[in-house]
Every structure is written in C-alpha cells, then in structure tokens.
Design a protein around this ligand. Structure first.
Ligand code: ZN
Length: 247
C-alpha cells in the first residue's frame, strides 16, 4: 500500500513537470474568457439596476392600470441579441420618457415615436413605447435632424428629440460597422467589432444616461407618417460568416 502511494506521488509529480506550459495564445484566450465572464456579470448587474416602468391596459378591453418593469434582457428576447444599438435605444427612450412622463411610467397607450431605421433602434422603439405603424403611432425616418428618435405624448402633444451626444460612440465602431454593412469584414474582424460593441454597451450602462444623451423639446413637431419597407436590416447581413480561424 505504502509503495503504491509513493508510486502515485512520484507519478503525479512527473505529470506536473511534464505538463505542457500554456502557450501565449492560450494565456490570452484564458484572459479573454475571464474578462468576458466578469464583464457579462457586471452587465447583468447593471441591466437589473436600470429597468423602465411602463403602463398598459389590463386586458383586451381593459382599463389603464397594468404596470411592468422592462429590462434590457426583456428587450433582447424581442430583438434577438444584446447589442450596443439596443442599449442606446433603451437608454435613449428612458431619457425621453423622463421629460414626457416625469412623474411615472411610460404610458404605452399614449406614446408615439419616430425612429431611425436601425433594426436595433426600431425594435427598442416599438417594444418600449407600445407604438405600432398600423395604429398611427410609429414610423421610420432616416432624415430626422440630429435625432435617433422623436417621442411624443399623444394627450398633450409634447414632443422631444433624443440623440447621442457627440463623441460618445467610438469612431472605430462607426467605421467598422459601415464596413460590416458593406460586407467587407472578415470573420476575425467581425469578432473584433463585436468585442468593441460589447465594451461600448458596458460603457453605456456604467454611465449616467444624462451624460450620454441630449434631449430637446420640439414645440413645432409635425407627425408625418410614411410607410416604407425598403430599409436594410443590417444585423443579418453577415449571418453566414465563417468562424474566425484564429479562435
Ligand atoms: Zn441589434
């Protein structure tokens, strides 16, 4: 028995000595995985801390008295993925709502919105405000001057434009994003862009929303809905891209 134990001990020491050392690439991968998991944990904590409250009717013919707390995770399920555009939309509408509904939830029976055509922004717009084109409460306009959205209360007509402040979104993301839409990025570059966008999402959620967005009132806003269905759904253009061979 004693011999067996000594043999096992010697074997395990030898095994340790012979264990291959982690190569530099593996170390980087491990660091990246650690960073990914700690960032994901922080992201989830931040998401839980920043819900938006909305108000709806309580059944198909009901009264306006049903409230929900909506998080970015809820919006993610509707949209399909969590991305920087979704975080921008979620926070932007939250900032507009502070001016339109300073005392309470976003009344989804009383809100209409004009959105830029990004798939992320439009999904945030309809989900959070309850606006829909068929009810004359939603349309898309890429010519909005200096705004991602115009959000309007129907009862008093108050309208606000909300936009990211200049310099908040990193220029590299804009440039690589534009190249991705032209399908000019390779598999590894696409992964790099995702990492940059994820970092930007985390930055957005860590920041005070009023430091990120400018919201201005539009006293002369005119609701001029147009129906178009020829916008590019830019978040599916690279859906068949091969994995990055370096990973
Ligand atoms: Zn998206």
């Amino acid at each position: 028995m004693r011999t067996l134990l000594i043999t096992m001990l010697l074997f395990s020491v030898a095994a340790c000595q012979n264990a291959p050392k982690a190569k530099e690439g593996q170390t980087q991968n491990i660091q990246a995985m650690t960073k990914d998991s700690s960032s994901a944990t922080e992201m989830q904590e931040l998401i839980r801390k920043h819900p938006l409250k909305v108000l709806d009717t309580d059944f198909s013919k009901g009264r306006l008295r049903k409230e929900h707390l909506i998080t970015l995770n809820d919006l993610e399920k509707f949209h399909g993925h969590l991305c920087d555009g979704l975080a921008v939309g979620f926070l932007a509408i939250g900032q507009a709502a502070r001016l339109l509904y300073p005392d309470g939830p976003i009344d989804r029976s009383n809100t209409r919105i004009v959105s830029k055509s990004s798939p992320c922004l439009t999904d945030a717009a309809v989900y959070l405000t309850g606006a829909r084109y068929q009810f004359h409460t939603f349309y898309v306009d890429n010519e909005l001057p200096g705004a991602l959205y115009i959000v309007q209360r129907i009862d008093n007509g108050k309208a606000v434009a909300v936009n990211l402040k200049k310099g908040v979104k990193p220029q590299e993301i804009e440039e690589m994003g534009a190249r991705a839409v032209k399908q000019e990025l390779g598999p590894c570059e696409l992964d790099t862009l995702k990492e940059m966008e994820d970092d930007f999402s985390l930055f957005l959620l860590r920041s005070r929303p009023d430091s990120l967005f400018e919201v201005r009132e539009l006293p002369a806003f005119e609701w001029q809905p147009v129906l178009r269905n020829d916008f590019v759904k830019s978040d599916i253009l690279n859906k068949n891209m091969a994995p990055c061979a370096a990973h």
